[in-house]
Design a protein. Structure first.
Length: 330
């Protein structure tokens, strides 16, 4: 049986499919996940924090501090562009409509979906449509994995009461992974192999805290959230990236490749609510909306990146990689 191959055909399937399976069980037979022992520890919503923490440790291990110069600069520019755009959208939504947002889309969901990017998708598209060192930008982009940046945005904007201790707790696994992997490259290799294995458990434990009622309500709002993420952060980062790196002669479509929502963003509402219990009520809907955004952007981000590259090629000609160098002007 080709179970893995079949699941991978579905956008963000390794996280979304287990999430929906657990959601189904929690909707119709919730007691099955609460029998105690190792079963509840591994498969109930109580295991979500552990699963996400382990994944963040592995994500931090992918950051190689030996990679310096332009790849890191590119990564930080795209990281900052996506974060600022997403945070401003969330803050404006919160100021205009309050914590409840509009159409069921809350500021927590907006910031969680728009500020987090799928590193694998970015790397694949950057390799195809960018220049060689664009792929190296994936290391700094790993910093937007998980809830840390979202919690900073919500706390700084006053939309949530996030204690400093919670911010530190959200960041420790990422930096420990980065520290140990830079001390011993074999740890990076181990974490690289472990991260894909953790993704289904991450999705399952989150789904175990949801019901189909929340998933169905997330339908249209989740699709809207995905489109907002794609257009605002994808197109916005495209312009900022090419402006900062002076790509006037021949722009790159690289920036569009981060106009997506990663599966790691799905647990963000739960972490935010743990830091600020007053937001507990928005967790199921926001989680489902972010999961829907993952699927929408997984489908449309490659399509938009391809289209933008075709428009660039039509106007400026094919990308000449033979003159590739380390300076912004190639």
């Amino acid at each position: 049986m080709k179970i893995v191959d079949t699941i991978r055909k579905f956008p963000a399937g390794m996280q979304v499919i287990p999430l929906l399976m657990a959601c189904t069980i929690n909707t119709f037979a919730p007691e099955a996940l609460q029998i105690g022992g190792f079963t509840s520890g591994l498969f109930s919503n109580a295991g979500a924090a552990t699963a996400v923490g382990m994944f963040m440790f592995c994500s931090g291990a992918t950051i190689d501090m030996k990679q310096a110069g332009e790849p890191f600069a590119k990564g930080f520019v795209m990281l900052a562009a996506k974060y600022i755009i997403g945070t401003l959208l969330g803050i404006l939504l919160g100021k205009a409509f309050g914590p409840a947002g509009i159409l069921g889309i809350t500021p927590v969901a907006v910031i969680g979906a728009t500020t987090n990017s799928n590193g694998v998708m970015y790397g694949t598209l950057a390799k195809k449509f960018g220049v060689p060192n664009d792929v190296g930008a994936i290391a700094p982009l790993a910093l937007n994995d998980g809830p840390f940046l979202t919690m900073i945005a919500l706390g700084a904007s006053g939309m949530a009461d996030i204690p400093v201790k919670s911010l530190v707790a959200a960041l420790v696994p990422l930096f420990l992974g980065m520290l140990f992997a830079n001390l011993d490259e074999k740890i990076r290799d181990m974490c690289s192999n472990a991260a894909p294995f953790l993704i289904p458990f991450n999705g399952w434990t989150l789904g175990a805290g949801m019901t189909w009622d929340a998933v169905l309500k997330a339908g249209v709002p989740g699709i809207i959230l995905g489109l907002v993420t794609l257009i605002s952060t994808g197109i916005g980062t495209y312009f900022i990236f090419n402006w900062v790196f002076r790509r006037k002669k021949r722009p790159l479509a690289t920036g569009v490749a981060i106009g997506n929502t990663a599966g790691n963003a799905i647990p963000t509402p739960k972490f935010v609510a743990e830091a600020d219990p007053s937001l507990e009520g928005i967790v199921p809907a926001a989680t489902a909306q972010i999961a829907t955004s993952c699927v929408v952007t997984a489908i449309l981000c490659p399509v938009l990146t391809t289209w933008v590259d075709k428009m660039i090629t039509k106007k400026y000609g094919e990308l000449d990689r033979s003159s590739f160098g380390d300076s912004p002007e190639w």
